[in-house]
Design a binder for this molecule. Sequence first.
Ligand code: GNR
Ligand code: NI
Length: 171
Amino acid sequence: MALLPVLCYPDPRLHKVAKPVAQVDARIKQIVADMADTMYEAPGVGLAATQVDIHERIVVIDVSEDQNELMVFINPEIIWASAETKSWREGCLSVPEFYDEVERPAEIRVKAIDTNGKDFEIAADGLLAVCLQHEMDHLQGKVFVEYLSILKRTRITQKMKKRAKELESQR
Ligand code: GNR
Ligand code: NI
């Protein structure tokens, strides 16, 4: 079991664009295992590799009640999104203790590769659809607070910087 440090907004590394995985080998499988450990420990319902400073297109998600249904998405792509949208109160492990409404397509179809290197497709709605879109944004260097007003984002940035300083002085 290995826990990876999670980058916190406004760390500039959260804005890097992740590169596609060329081959699902032992190194990628180890990253997936460590990301799952990190997500469950947090606890969170999803984690994108970008958040642990690995800039490759890897996402882990578990939206099950008992947190025992791990889903892994390598090189995920949205192949269809509904015109209908839904607003959801989102949070992010990289922006601890902030939650706000984000509007996104209500249903999506996603294509990805699994840990065996096999292609698969999945239809998602509800929290899974929200989480997949939130994680795929991370891979593009986008954090959910970028959907909020400039005013809210400025406030969040200031609070996060203040908190980082407080944590710094505690060490
Ligand atoms: O744990 C998480 N919960 C969550 C709740 C609503 C919408 C999105 C999420 S994802 C988040 C974990 C995280 O930061 N993933 O990038
Ligand atoms: Ni997040």
